[in-house]
Write a protein of this length. Structure first.
Length: 258
């Protein structure tokens, strides 16, 4: 079997995937792929809402996120939904609940840890909250995926001190990126951009602090607002593998023109 034959086979597989995800069933196929990830707690595709503009959770756990202002639901090329946040007061939120209190040591999970992510589009590059359960004012820090001179992930083991990892990828406004974050007990705090992970392995806590901060998309503690868009946001109470997250990136990227 020649290298040229293998390359052509891979190109054909990629073409078939693009055909699948760019037809009218494309978003449905991607949603199904997320729901097959291990330990899914919440999944907000940002295409499903209600009369209040809430972000509806399709995981089955009914962790719907309340719309606090005028967050706008929209569609990219009529193929995938997203929410557009204005960077001033728009975000979605849910009060603290047991399902959000992921410590990364859940006994009912085989591959213990935490994983979360979303497709993200920035309109500006100031510090911004993306997916967060983090209240620094009351020492209720747990976990947060943010932008701060790069996509970054932070966790706390005691609500006060934090461990931080910023990805080295140079980010441009006006472009879509698949951003994920993972926590592995006493091992690593990892953030990945478009399927490429980078980790901090120093002073990683044994577990994530079980605090009372709300879970929010588009903000951090009702502040540090996101000026940009979010699509296909998910949260898992398990250590989803890098390979699974990379596969999801490859499956979904044609929807975002990446």
């Amino acid at each position: 079997m020649t290298d040229e034959f293998v390359l052509n086979e891979l190109k054909d597989i990629r073409r078939q995937l693009e055909e699948i995800v760019t037809d009218d069933k494309g978003e449905a196929a991607v949603i199904d792929a997320v729901l097959r990830l291990p330990g899914v707690v919440g999944f907000w595709p940002m295409s499903v809402t209600n009369s209040s503009g809430d972000a509806v959770d399709v995981s089955g756990n009914a962790l719907h996120l309340t719309n606090t202002s005028t967050s706008v639901f929209n569609s990219l090329n009529n193929t995938v939904g997203y929410v557009d946040y204005d960077g001033s007061a728009d975000y979605h939120t849910h009060a603290d609940a047991a399902d959000f209190d992921i410590t990364g040591t859940e006994a009912y999970i085989g591959a213990q840890g935490l994983a979360m992510g979303a497709w993200v589009y920035l309109d500006s590059t100031g510090t911004q909250g993306i997916l967060t359960k983090w209240d620094s004012g009351s020492n209720n820090r747990s976990y947060a995926l943010i932008y701060a001179s790069g996509f970054a992930f932070q966790v706390s083991g005691d609500g006060t001190a934090s461990v931080f990892k910023t990805h080295s990828e140079s980010i441009s406004t006006g472009s879509w990126y698949f951003v994920t974050a993972k926590f592995a007990s006493s091992t690593a705090c990892t953030v990945a951009v478009n399927g490429v992970p980078e980790s901090n392995t120093t002073s990683i806590p044994a577990s994530i602090y079980n605090g009372t901060a709300p879970f929010q998309i588009g903000a951090q503690n009702a502040g540090i607002f996101l000026n940009g868009r979010v699509s296909l946001a998910f949260l898992c109470s398990s250590l989803v593998s890098d390979a699974q997250l990379k596969d999801f990136y490859e499956l979904s990227r044609p929807l975002f023109g990446v």
